[in-house]
Design a protein around this ligand. Structure first.
Ligand code: CDP
Ligand code: CDP
Length: 214
């Protein structure tokens, strides 16, 4: 079973995807981390994220980088959304994600284009959303907990800028797949969001099985 979970920053997609992976005992891939690793590698080598050739050169990153907590910084998230707009960067990361999705037994992946590009054949697709203000509040408290003194206004402005960049790019923009179930977590606790996510996945899997039977 392949489960695709997409959505904007701090919508709760990672929390939901991880919980679904543990519920269904499936391996999980946070695809945002791959773009964040490219972004961190760009910074490490003093390259320019806006230049496609620079960003492509940074795609060959050291695997250990994926465990670096600095990847979670907002600055890295912002840089990740700049490198991820380059078609050649997306192409460089495509096969790794496809292989992960298609491993025997299935997988859960979260990102921006899992249901549309990486695994359009997924058995279940969720598009997780929440209002920008609520997402900014969530991200702000996460950053505060990690010792940052960034202001709420700055976090909200960064979230809006990243939403815009991710939605407006021509290559694999952030958009819900036609067959994705929408899950608005704005006013849901994590527990309520997970319960709803499992219901939506069960419904999609059941429908797919019924269709396959004709
Ligand atoms: O956790 P958060 O939603 O803040 O960010 P992320 O999922 O780690 O993704 C960081 C950036 O990578 C996003 O803003 C996207 O520009 C890019 N990304 C993408 O283009 N495609 C994906 N499948 C995942 C992330
Ligand atoms: O992966 P993404 O960036 O979409 O979001 P996340 O890392 O799953 O969630 C961002 C923050 O919002 C985390 O601190 C979650 O605990 C929190 N959250 C929440 O408060 N309520 C929800 N329904 C889902 C997530």
């Amino acid at each position: 079973m392949i489960i695709a979970v997409d959505g904007p920053a701090a919508s709760g997609k990672g929390t939901i995807a991880r919980a679904l992976a543990s519920h269904y005992r499936l391996p999980y891939l946070d695809t945002g981390l791959l773009y964040r690793a490219v972004a961190a590698n760009v910074a490490r080598h003093d390259l320019d994220p806006a230049i496609e050739a620079d960003a492509v050169a940074a795609c060959d990153f050291d695997e250990a980088l994926l465990d670096d907590p600095a990847l979670r910084d907002d600055e890295t998230g912002k840089r990740a959304s700049i490198v991820s707009a380059h078609p050649l960067v997306r192409a460089a990361l495509f096969h790794r994600q496809r292989r992960f999705a298609n491993q025997p037994g299935g997988a859960v992946l979260d990102g921006r284009d899992i249901g549309t590009v990486i695994a359009p054949e997924a058995d279940a697709k969720l598009f997780v959303k929440a209002t920008p203000t609520i997402r900014a509040r969530r991200r702000h408290s996460e950053l505060r907990e990690r010792g940052s003194n960034v202001s709420m206004d700055k976090v909200l402005a960064d979230i809006r800028a990243r939403d815009l960049r991710d939605s407006m790019r021509s290559s694999a923009p952030l958009v819900a797949a036609n067959d994705a179930a929408l899950l608005d977590t704005s006013f849901l606790s994590i527990e309520a969001a997970l319960k709803r996510a499992i219901e939506l996945v069960e419904r999609q899997v059941k429908l797919k099985a019924e269709r396959a039977r004709g």
